[in-house]
Design a protein around this ligand. Sequence first.
Ligand SMILES: Nc1ncnc2c1ncn2[C@@H]1O[C@H](COP(=O)(O)OP(=O)(O)OP(=O)(O)O)[C@@H](O)[C@H]1O
Ligand SMILES: [Mg+2]
Length: 242
Amino acid sequence: MNMLEVKNLSKVLGERQVLENMSLSVQQGEILFVLGRSGVGKSVLLKTIVGLIHQDKGEVWIDGEKTHPERELAMVAVRRQCGLVFQSPALFDSMTVKENLIFGDEDKARHISATMAWLKLPEKILNFYPSELSFGFQKKVSLLRTLLSNPKYLLFDEPTTGLDPVTTNLVNDVIRDCAKARNMGCLVVSHDLQSAYHLADRIVLIDQGKIALSGTPSNFKESDYPLAVAFRKGTINFAEGY
Ligand SMILES: Nc1ncnc2c1ncn2[C@@H]1O[C@H](COP(=O)(O)OP(=O)(O)OP(=O)(O)O)[C@@H](O)[C@H]1O
Ligand SMILES: [Mg+2]
């Protein structure tokens, strides 16, 4: 069974129950958007899937096999199968773009040119340092770094936040290609409703640690759940709820 499954994940951070019995799944070739206001736990969910945060309860399964977050070596293999594109570009400032991309794995160098062309990144930037690049280029380099590992599943944390419309469209095209041409499973955390309508096979809305809604983009458009209405109207205050 080729899918990434999150089963009953719970996590308390500080005083807060950030994730409460959360379950969802993404199949290969599918695009799932996870929407929710700021601070609801979207990044925590993605980091928990790849073992950067350890859940209190619940399990993550990849292609029918349970992951073991307590076994760091096994999680390295999980992170190869399940690539996380971080919310901030998370590049090492003291390394060139090329060093950031290869990071000791010369095997990755073979695919750099083709993947850079896909992302419309000029090869001359390989010798630049991250601080010499615009934010949009840094985000694309971060995406490129994850793509070079050729993961089966891609976890995107706000891939289009802060990007101009042209780069947003390019990143959305890459997400669609990953799923529909390369058969990867894509879990996309976002505030960007237009991208969700455009790309998602399914949308999940999280609210107060739980899944409040799960369905197609049409289901989301028709829902009278207050947070879904607030998202649609654009009246959501990401800092303070709705
Ligand atoms: N390592 C951590 N230690 C303690 N609390 C944390 C940690 N990481 C996240 N949190 C808390 O967990 C909650 C959820 O954070 P998270 O970053 O997942 O939100 P988010 O939904 O991704 O928000 P945004 O849309 O702003 O990115 C927040 O209250 C945050 O302060
Ligand atoms: Mg986040």
